[in-house]
Design a protein around this ligand. Structure first.
Ligand code: UDP
Length: 330
């Protein structure tokens, strides 16, 4: 099997590439390194056993000729290339919208042309600011005004879903959509706002953990290897075609409790510093108070359930970041 992974030098993409290589597949990656790093895949590039079946292209998914070639030679496409992280989206509003909308359109257009199966990664952001839990795939979406740029990310990912579903309905495109909730694990960088690598990095350096707002907002976290299992399961399941699935964890925790847990698990002397949102993000920001998925649909379709709990996730991230002092991951 030949697999194309857009955004394959990113955090999730690099783990997905590794899993397909371990399965014996031929893997093609395209990444413009906007938020991905060659370091994420350097280990895979050095492995002798992957030598003749791992190919990396540093380029934009908006490069038509390159994408024509790559989609043409591969059997399946995972589309992960996107603007990620609240900090990145707020700092690069135009590029983020462009990458998310035009990039996905390009992938869908070419997968339709060559009749290739494609998995589109969407985001739990599409739900917007709900207070109820769990979030079910058929729930309404609730966004703030267009003057608050955080919602541009949600709206662009929602548009990706509409485009994918439209291609499925009108052209019979073989597509499946995964709405990823907060995904964490080794190789995730805290540079774009992701809370777990930020807190672990701060705790390891003995700095105060920066809790935004009152810290009572909650999240669930999914280990990246569980997410990879879910993506591969959805890709392999014909029953999943033309549908949207939540991919997430079930252990809800407040950000304040998460900070305390990380301080305890690292044995750090760090304290907690509460930072008002307008100081952390300047403007255009609205946080989500709660974000918990229902995973019933994916469980019924492919039997997916996360295997690694929050303690296991944190142990792995702490170990990884302790071993890589002063690198991009801190
Ligand atoms: N957060 C925080 N301190 C940080 C980074 C993030 O308190 O240094 C909070 C953020 O406001 C949000 C939660 O942690 O409520 C998760 O943030 P992240 O950026 O990881 O993902 P999000 O769920 O916002 O997409």
């Amino acid at each position: 099997m030949r697999v194309l992974i857009t955004g394959g030098a990113g955090f999730i993409g690099s783990h997905l590439a590794e899993a397909h290589l371990n399965k014996g597949d031929e893997v093609y990656v395209i990444d413009d390194l906007s938020t991905g790093f060659l370091d994420n895949i350097a280990g895979l590039q050095k492995e002798k056993r992957f030598k003749d079946r791992f190919f990396v292209t540093v380029d934009s998914i908006l490069n038509h000729e390159k994408m024509l070639e790559l989609v043409g030679i591969c059997d399946q496409v995972y589309h992960l290339a996107a603007a990620v992280g609240v900090l990145y989206v707020l700092a690069h509003p135009f590029e983020s919208i462009r990458t998310n909308i035009q990039g996905t359109e390009k992938v869908l257009e070419l997968c339709n042309k060559f009749k290739k199966r494609v998995l589109i990664t969407s985001s739990s952001e599409v739900y917007g600011k709900h207070l109820h839990a769990p979030l079910v795939e058929t729930d309404n979406v609730i966004y703030g005004p267009s003057t608050k740029f955080r919602w541009s990310y949600a709206a662009s990912k929602l548009m990706d879903e509409f485009m994918a579903l439209a291609y499925h309905r009108t052209n019979g495109l073989d597509v499946v959509i995964a709405r990823l909730f907060n995904t964490v694990g080794p190789r995730q960088t805290g540079a774009y706002g992701m809370v777990i690598p930020r807190f672990v990095g701060q705790a390891l350096e003995g700095k105060a953990l920066t809790v935004y707002g009152d810290g009572k907002q909650t999240r669930t976290f999914t280990y990246v290897k569980d997410v990879v299992d879910a993506l591969m399961g959805l890709m392999a399941s014909p029953d999943a075609t033309g549908q949207v699935f939540n991919v997430g964890g079930t252990e809800e925790i407040s950000i304040e409790s998460l900070a305390r847990k990380i301080i305890a698990m690292t044995g750090s002397d760090s304290t907690i510093e509460y930072i008002p949102y307008d100081v952390a993000f300047a403007k255009d920001f609205e946080d989500m108070r709660r974000r918990v998925p229902s995973i019933q649909k994916i469980k019924d379709c492919i039997g997916f359930e996360p295997k690694t709990d929050l303690n296991g996730i944190l142990e792995n991230v702490i170990k990884f970041m302790s071993e890589r002092k002063g690198t991009i991951y801190r």
